[in-house]
Design a protein around this ligand. Structure first.
Ligand code: NAD
Ligand code: TYD
Length: 335
Protein backbone atom coordinates (compact mmCIF):
# COMPACT_ATOMS: atom_id res chain seq x y z
CA UNK A 1 0.00 0.00 0.00
CA UNK A 2 0.93 3.66 -0.38
CA UNK A 3 0.41 5.30 2.99
CA UNK A 4 0.31 8.98 3.90
CA UNK A 5 1.01 9.01 7.63
CA UNK A 6 0.54 12.14 9.75
CA UNK A 7 2.33 12.61 13.08
CA UNK A 8 4.83 9.84 12.42
CA UNK A 9 7.77 11.67 14.01
CA UNK A 10 5.98 11.03 17.31
CA UNK A 11 5.88 7.93 19.46
CA UNK A 12 3.27 5.58 17.96
CA UNK A 13 3.37 6.91 14.40
CA UNK A 14 7.09 6.14 14.22
CA UNK A 15 6.45 2.56 15.37
CA UNK A 16 3.76 2.28 12.68
CA UNK A 17 6.11 3.57 9.96
CA UNK A 18 8.95 1.24 10.97
CA UNK A 19 6.53 -1.68 10.76
CA UNK A 20 4.95 -0.52 7.47
CA UNK A 21 8.34 -0.12 5.76
CA UNK A 22 9.39 -3.55 7.05
CA UNK A 23 6.23 -5.00 5.49
CA UNK A 24 6.99 -3.46 2.09
CA UNK A 25 4.58 -0.51 2.12
CA UNK A 26 5.49 2.89 0.67
CA UNK A 27 5.27 5.71 3.21
CA UNK A 28 5.04 9.49 3.00
CA UNK A 29 5.16 11.18 6.42
CA UNK A 30 3.61 14.57 7.14
CA UNK A 31 4.63 16.01 10.52
CA UNK A 32 5.00 19.54 11.87
CA UNK A 33 7.77 18.51 14.30
CA UNK A 34 6.18 20.06 17.38
CA UNK A 35 7.84 19.57 20.77
CA UNK A 36 6.72 15.90 20.54
CA UNK A 37 8.00 15.27 17.02
CA UNK A 38 11.56 14.04 16.66
CA UNK A 39 13.18 12.90 13.42
CA UNK A 40 15.47 10.62 15.42
CA UNK A 41 12.40 8.42 15.99
CA UNK A 42 12.53 7.58 12.28
CA UNK A 43 16.30 7.04 12.07
CA UNK A 44 15.93 3.30 11.53
CA UNK A 45 14.19 3.79 8.18
CA UNK A 46 15.43 7.21 7.09
CA UNK A 47 17.37 5.79 4.12
CA UNK A 48 14.67 3.37 2.97
CA UNK A 49 13.85 3.99 -0.72
CA UNK A 50 10.09 3.83 -0.14
CA UNK A 51 10.10 6.46 2.61
CA UNK A 52 9.81 10.25 2.38
CA UNK A 53 9.37 12.94 5.04
CA UNK A 54 7.61 16.28 4.58
CA UNK A 55 7.66 18.85 7.34
CA UNK A 56 4.25 20.51 7.45
CA UNK A 57 1.15 21.20 9.48
CA UNK A 58 -2.02 19.14 9.10
CA UNK A 59 -3.97 22.40 9.36
CA UNK A 60 -2.48 23.46 6.02
CA UNK A 61 -5.19 22.13 3.71
CA UNK A 62 -3.43 23.23 0.53
CA UNK A 63 -0.31 21.25 1.40
CA UNK A 64 -2.35 18.18 2.35
CA UNK A 65 -4.28 18.36 -0.92
CA UNK A 66 -1.07 18.70 -2.95
CA UNK A 67 0.46 15.68 -1.20
CA UNK A 68 -2.70 13.65 -1.78
CA UNK A 69 -2.86 14.58 -5.47
CA UNK A 70 0.81 13.86 -6.15
CA UNK A 71 1.28 10.76 -3.95
CA UNK A 72 -2.21 9.25 -4.45
CA UNK A 73 -2.10 7.20 -1.26
CA UNK A 74 -4.31 4.17 -0.71
CA UNK A 75 -4.75 5.37 2.84
CA UNK A 76 -4.19 8.39 5.05
CA UNK A 77 -3.35 7.20 8.56
CA UNK A 78 -3.94 10.10 10.89
CA UNK A 79 -1.79 9.97 14.06
CA UNK A 80 -0.92 13.69 14.32
CA UNK A 81 -2.33 15.21 17.50
CA UNK A 82 -1.61 17.00 20.70
CA UNK A 83 -1.54 13.94 22.92
CA UNK A 84 -0.89 14.82 26.57
CA UNK A 85 -3.79 15.20 29.03
CA UNK A 86 -1.87 17.43 31.49
CA UNK A 87 -1.00 19.89 28.72
CA UNK A 88 -4.67 20.01 27.65
CA UNK A 89 -5.59 20.96 31.21
CA UNK A 90 -3.09 23.84 31.10
CA UNK A 91 -4.20 25.08 27.67
CA UNK A 92 -6.85 23.44 25.50
CA UNK A 93 -6.40 25.73 22.47
CA UNK A 94 -3.76 23.70 20.57
CA UNK A 95 -5.87 20.59 21.20
CA UNK A 96 -8.97 22.08 19.60
CA UNK A 97 -6.92 23.57 16.78
CA UNK A 98 -4.84 20.51 15.85
CA UNK A 99 -7.01 17.59 16.98
CA UNK A 100 -10.40 18.90 15.86
CA UNK A 101 -9.54 21.56 13.24
CA UNK A 102 -6.63 19.59 11.78
CA UNK A 103 -8.76 16.46 11.35
CA UNK A 104 -11.51 18.42 9.58
CA UNK A 105 -8.93 20.06 7.30
CA UNK A 106 -7.51 16.64 6.34
CA UNK A 107 -10.99 15.20 5.70
CA UNK A 108 -11.76 18.10 3.37
CA UNK A 109 -8.38 17.73 1.64
CA UNK A 110 -9.19 14.08 0.89
CA UNK A 111 -12.58 15.08 -0.54
CA UNK A 112 -11.11 17.86 -2.67
CA UNK A 113 -8.23 15.73 -3.97
CA UNK A 114 -10.76 13.13 -5.13
CA UNK A 115 -8.24 10.32 -4.70
CA UNK A 116 -9.29 6.80 -3.69
CA UNK A 117 -7.85 7.27 -0.22
CA UNK A 118 -9.10 5.46 2.87
CA UNK A 119 -9.06 7.72 5.96
CA UNK A 120 -8.05 5.99 9.19
CA UNK A 121 -8.45 8.04 12.35
CA UNK A 122 -6.19 7.05 15.24
CA UNK A 123 -8.23 7.55 18.38
CA UNK A 124 -8.22 6.64 22.03
CA UNK A 125 -10.26 4.79 24.65
CA UNK A 126 -10.35 8.10 26.57
CA UNK A 127 -13.36 9.14 24.44
CA UNK A 128 -15.46 6.76 26.58
CA UNK A 129 -14.64 8.53 29.85
CA UNK A 130 -13.96 6.68 33.09
CA UNK A 131 -15.16 3.08 33.54
CA UNK A 132 -16.37 3.72 37.07
CA UNK A 133 -18.89 0.85 36.90
CA UNK A 134 -16.03 -1.60 36.21
CA UNK A 135 -17.46 -2.57 32.79
CA UNK A 136 -15.04 -2.55 29.83
CA UNK A 137 -15.85 -0.17 26.97
CA UNK A 138 -17.26 -1.68 23.80
CA UNK A 139 -17.57 0.40 20.63
CA UNK A 140 -21.24 1.03 21.58
CA UNK A 141 -20.33 2.69 24.88
CA UNK A 142 -21.55 6.30 25.10
CA UNK A 143 -18.89 8.93 24.40
CA UNK A 144 -18.25 10.71 27.70
CA UNK A 145 -14.83 12.37 27.50
CA UNK A 146 -13.68 14.00 30.72
CA UNK A 147 -10.43 15.82 29.86
CA UNK A 148 -9.99 18.56 27.25
CA UNK A 149 -7.68 16.15 25.37
CA UNK A 150 -10.36 13.45 25.33
CA UNK A 151 -13.03 15.99 24.32
CA UNK A 152 -10.90 17.05 21.34
CA UNK A 153 -10.34 13.45 20.23
CA UNK A 154 -14.06 12.72 20.59
CA UNK A 155 -14.94 15.75 18.46
CA UNK A 156 -12.46 14.62 15.81
CA UNK A 157 -13.99 11.11 15.81
CA UNK A 158 -17.46 12.62 15.33
CA UNK A 159 -16.23 14.62 12.34
CA UNK A 160 -14.76 11.48 10.78
CA UNK A 161 -18.03 9.58 11.21
CA UNK A 162 -20.10 12.55 10.01
CA UNK A 163 -17.95 12.96 6.86
CA UNK A 164 -18.11 9.23 6.20
CA UNK A 165 -21.91 9.38 6.46
CA UNK A 166 -22.51 12.65 4.61
CA UNK A 167 -19.99 12.32 1.79
CA UNK A 168 -19.82 8.50 1.57
CA UNK A 169 -16.10 8.66 2.31
CA UNK A 170 -14.11 5.53 3.04
CA UNK A 171 -13.28 6.31 6.67
CA UNK A 172 -12.90 4.35 9.88
CA UNK A 173 -11.57 4.70 13.42
CA UNK A 174 -9.39 2.69 15.78
CA UNK A 175 -9.53 3.50 19.50
CA UNK A 176 -6.58 2.24 21.48
CA UNK A 177 -5.72 2.05 25.16
CA UNK A 178 -2.54 3.43 26.84
CA UNK A 179 0.60 2.69 24.81
CA UNK A 180 4.12 2.07 26.06
CA UNK A 181 7.39 1.28 24.29
CA UNK A 182 10.57 2.91 22.99
CA UNK A 183 10.63 6.55 21.75
CA UNK A 184 7.74 7.70 23.97
CA UNK A 185 8.11 11.32 24.98
CA UNK A 186 9.18 11.47 28.65
CA UNK A 187 6.14 13.42 29.81
CA UNK A 188 3.96 10.27 29.89
CA UNK A 189 3.90 7.95 32.91
CA UNK A 190 6.22 5.10 31.87
CA UNK A 191 9.05 7.05 30.17
CA UNK A 192 8.89 9.89 32.72
CA UNK A 193 9.17 7.52 35.67
CA UNK A 194 11.80 5.30 34.03
CA UNK A 195 14.07 8.19 33.09
CA UNK A 196 13.57 9.92 36.46
CA UNK A 197 14.61 6.71 38.22
CA UNK A 198 17.71 6.37 36.02
CA UNK A 199 18.56 9.98 36.91
CA UNK A 200 18.10 9.23 40.62
CA UNK A 201 15.01 11.45 40.86
CA UNK A 202 11.67 10.76 42.53
CA UNK A 203 8.54 9.83 40.57
CA UNK A 204 5.36 11.94 40.99
CA UNK A 205 2.41 9.57 41.53
CA UNK A 206 -0.84 11.51 41.17
CA UNK A 207 -3.19 11.07 44.15
CA UNK A 208 -3.47 7.55 45.54
CA UNK A 209 -2.02 5.91 42.40
CA UNK A 210 -4.99 3.52 42.20
CA UNK A 211 -6.10 4.70 38.74
CA UNK A 212 -6.26 1.84 36.26
CA UNK A 213 -5.11 1.84 32.65
CA UNK A 214 -5.00 -1.00 30.09
CA UNK A 215 -1.46 -1.05 28.67
CA UNK A 216 -0.49 -2.08 25.15
CA UNK A 217 2.89 -2.15 23.42
CA UNK A 218 3.04 0.42 20.57
CA UNK A 219 4.02 -2.31 18.08
CA UNK A 220 0.81 -4.23 18.90
CA UNK A 221 -1.13 -1.00 18.32
CA UNK A 222 0.64 -0.56 14.95
CA UNK A 223 -0.21 -4.13 13.92
CA UNK A 224 -3.85 -3.42 14.85
CA UNK A 225 -3.88 -0.32 12.65
CA UNK A 226 -2.50 -2.30 9.69
CA UNK A 227 -5.19 -4.97 10.26
CA UNK A 228 -7.88 -2.26 10.32
CA UNK A 229 -6.55 -0.79 7.06
CA UNK A 230 -6.65 -4.21 5.49
CA UNK A 231 -9.88 -5.70 6.87
CA UNK A 232 -11.79 -2.88 8.57
CA UNK A 233 -15.10 -1.66 7.18
CA UNK A 234 -15.85 1.95 6.36
CA UNK A 235 -17.87 3.76 9.03
CA UNK A 236 -16.79 1.31 11.72
CA UNK A 237 -14.95 1.79 15.00
CA UNK A 238 -12.50 -0.83 16.31
CA UNK A 239 -11.24 -0.86 19.89
CA UNK A 240 -7.64 -2.00 20.41
CA UNK A 241 -6.31 -2.92 23.85
CA UNK A 242 -3.49 -4.87 25.42
CA UNK A 243 -5.50 -6.68 28.09
CA UNK A 244 -2.98 -5.56 30.75
CA UNK A 245 -4.95 -3.72 33.43
CA UNK A 246 -2.74 -2.24 36.11
CA UNK A 247 -3.01 0.50 38.70
CA UNK A 248 -0.44 3.27 38.36
CA UNK A 249 1.12 2.34 41.69
CA UNK A 250 1.62 -1.25 40.46
CA UNK A 251 3.41 0.03 37.32
CA UNK A 252 5.48 2.32 39.53
CA UNK A 253 6.60 -0.62 41.69
CA UNK A 254 7.50 -2.67 38.58
CA UNK A 255 9.60 0.26 37.33
CA UNK A 256 11.34 0.60 40.71
CA UNK A 257 12.26 -3.09 40.49
CA UNK A 258 13.48 -2.89 36.89
CA UNK A 259 15.65 0.15 37.63
CA UNK A 260 16.91 -1.13 41.00
CA UNK A 261 15.35 1.69 43.05
CA UNK A 262 13.49 1.55 46.39
CA UNK A 263 10.08 2.79 47.62
CA UNK A 264 11.68 6.04 48.84
CA UNK A 265 11.65 7.19 45.19
CA UNK A 266 7.83 7.33 45.23
CA UNK A 267 6.35 10.75 45.84
CA UNK A 268 2.56 11.06 46.07
CA UNK A 269 1.65 14.45 44.61
CA UNK A 270 -1.60 16.39 44.10
CA UNK A 271 -4.04 14.54 41.87
CA UNK A 272 -4.68 15.55 38.26
CA UNK A 273 -7.92 17.61 38.06
CA UNK A 274 -10.80 15.47 36.79
CA UNK A 275 -8.54 12.39 36.77
CA UNK A 276 -10.28 9.38 35.19
CA UNK A 277 -10.19 6.42 37.57
CA UNK A 278 -10.21 3.63 35.01
CA UNK A 279 -9.95 2.88 31.32
CA UNK A 280 -11.06 -0.69 30.59
CA UNK A 281 -11.32 -1.67 26.95
CA UNK A 282 -13.03 -4.59 25.22
CA UNK A 283 -11.20 -5.35 21.98
CA UNK A 284 -13.15 -8.49 21.05
CA UNK A 285 -14.62 -6.88 17.91
CA UNK A 286 -11.10 -6.29 16.51
CA UNK A 287 -10.18 -9.90 17.28
CA UNK A 288 -13.37 -11.21 15.67
CA UNK A 289 -13.51 -8.98 12.61
CA UNK A 290 -9.87 -8.06 11.97
CA UNK A 291 -8.23 -11.24 13.26
CA UNK A 292 -6.02 -9.09 15.51
CA UNK A 293 -4.80 -9.84 19.03
CA UNK A 294 -1.98 -8.20 20.98
CA UNK A 295 1.19 -10.31 21.01
CA UNK A 296 3.64 -8.64 23.37
CA UNK A 297 3.47 -9.85 26.99
CA UNK A 298 3.43 -6.91 29.38
CA UNK A 299 6.22 -8.37 31.54
CA UNK A 300 8.56 -8.77 28.56
CA UNK A 301 7.45 -5.54 26.86
CA UNK A 302 8.02 -3.45 29.97
CA UNK A 303 11.42 -5.03 30.67
CA UNK A 304 12.48 -4.40 27.03
CA UNK A 305 11.20 -0.82 27.21
CA UNK A 306 13.14 -0.07 30.39
CA UNK A 307 16.22 -1.65 28.78
CA UNK A 308 15.72 0.58 25.73
CA UNK A 309 15.68 3.70 27.91
CA UNK A 310 18.77 2.42 29.73
CA UNK A 311 20.57 1.93 26.39
CA UNK A 312 19.34 5.13 24.72
CA UNK A 313 20.15 7.73 27.33
CA UNK A 314 21.33 10.26 24.72
CA UNK A 315 17.86 10.21 23.09
CA UNK A 316 15.92 11.05 26.24
CA UNK A 317 18.53 13.33 27.82
CA UNK A 318 18.40 15.52 24.72
CA UNK A 319 14.59 15.45 24.75
CA UNK A 320 14.31 16.14 28.47
CA UNK A 321 16.80 19.00 28.38
CA UNK A 322 14.99 20.65 25.49
CA UNK A 323 18.30 20.77 23.64
CA UNK A 324 17.18 18.22 21.11
CA UNK A 325 15.98 20.77 18.59
CA UNK A 326 19.45 22.26 18.18
CA UNK A 327 21.06 18.85 18.36
CA UNK A 328 18.95 17.39 15.56
CA UNK A 329 19.08 20.55 13.47
CA UNK A 330 22.87 20.10 13.50
CA UNK A 331 22.55 16.37 12.87
CA UNK A 332 20.06 16.52 10.01
CA UNK A 333 19.92 20.15 8.89
CA UNK A 334 16.73 22.16 9.15
CA UNK A 335 14.35 19.62 7.68
P1 NAD B 1 3.03 12.10 20.18
O1 NAD B 1 2.66 13.31 20.98
O2 NAD B 1 4.21 11.28 20.56
O3 NAD B 1 3.24 12.52 18.65
C1 NAD B 1 2.41 13.42 17.98
C2 NAD B 1 3.03 13.75 16.63
O4 NAD B 1 2.12 14.61 15.92
C3 NAD B 1 4.36 14.52 16.74
O5 NAD B 1 5.31 13.98 15.84
C4 NAD B 1 4.00 15.95 16.37
O6 NAD B 1 5.07 16.66 15.77
C5 NAD B 1 2.85 15.71 15.39
N1 NAD B 1 1.93 16.86 15.30
C6 NAD B 1 1.31 17.50 16.33
N2 NAD B 1 0.57 18.54 15.87
C7 NAD B 1 0.73 18.54 14.51
C8 NAD B 1 0.21 19.35 13.47
N3 NAD B 1 -0.61 20.38 13.71
N4 NAD B 1 0.56 19.05 12.19
C9 NAD B 1 1.39 18.02 11.91
N5 NAD B 1 1.92 17.22 12.87
C10 NAD B 1 1.60 17.48 14.15
O7 NAD B 1 1.70 11.23 20.14
P2 NAD B 1 1.50 9.65 20.27
O8 NAD B 1 1.50 9.26 21.70
O9 NAD B 1 2.40 8.95 19.31
O10 NAD B 1 -0.01 9.53 19.76
C11 NAD B 1 -0.30 9.43 18.35
C12 NAD B 1 -1.79 9.32 18.17
O11 NAD B 1 -2.30 8.20 18.87
C13 NAD B 1 -2.58 10.54 18.68
O12 NAD B 1 -3.62 10.80 17.77
C14 NAD B 1 -3.13 10.06 20.02
O13 NAD B 1 -4.34 10.73 20.32
C15 NAD B 1 -3.36 8.59 19.72
N6 NAD B 1 -3.32 7.69 20.90
C16 NAD B 1 -2.26 7.73 21.75
C17 NAD B 1 -2.20 6.85 22.81
C18 NAD B 1 -1.03 6.84 23.77
O14 NAD B 1 -1.04 6.09 24.74
N7 NAD B 1 0.02 7.62 23.54
C19 NAD B 1 -3.24 5.94 23.02
C20 NAD B 1 -4.32 5.91 22.11
C21 NAD B 1 -4.33 6.79 21.04
P1 TYD C 1 -0.37 9.40 31.02
O1 TYD C 1 0.85 8.64 30.64
O2 TYD C 1 -0.31 10.89 31.04
O3 TYD C 1 -1.56 8.88 30.08
P2 TYD C 1 -3.17 9.16 30.20
O4 TYD C 1 -3.40 10.30 31.12
O5 TYD C 1 -3.50 9.48 28.78
O6 TYD C 1 -3.77 7.86 30.68
O7 TYD C 1 -0.81 8.93 32.47
C1 TYD C 1 -1.08 7.57 32.76
C2 TYD C 1 -1.57 7.50 34.20
O8 TYD C 1 -0.49 7.88 35.06
C3 TYD C 1 -2.70 8.48 34.49
O9 TYD C 1 -3.60 7.86 35.42
C4 TYD C 1 -2.00 9.65 35.15
C5 TYD C 1 -0.84 9.01 35.87
N1 TYD C 1 0.36 9.84 36.00
C6 TYD C 1 0.96 10.03 37.26
O10 TYD C 1 0.50 9.50 38.29
N2 TYD C 1 2.07 10.83 37.33
C7 TYD C 1 2.61 11.44 36.24
O11 TYD C 1 3.61 12.20 36.37
C8 TYD C 1 1.99 11.22 34.96
C9 TYD C 1 2.55 11.86 33.71
C10 TYD C 1 0.88 10.40 34.89
Amino acid sequence: MKLLVTGAAGFIGSSFVRLSIAQGHEVLVLDALTYAGNLANLDAIKDAPRYRFVKGDIRDGKLAEELLRSFKPDALVHFAAESHVDRSIMDASPFVSTNVGGTQVLLDAVRRAGTQTRFLQISTDEVYGSADDGKPFTEQHPLKPSSPYAASKTSADLFVLAYQHTFAMDALITRCSNNYGPYQFPEKLIPLFTTNLFEGRKVPVYGDGMQIRDWIHCDDHSRGVLSALDKGKSGQVYNLGGGNRLANIEITRLLLKLTGRGEEFIEHVKDRPGHDRAYLIDHSKATRELGWTPQVSFEQGLADTVAWYRDNRAWWEAVKSGAYRDYYAKQYGNR
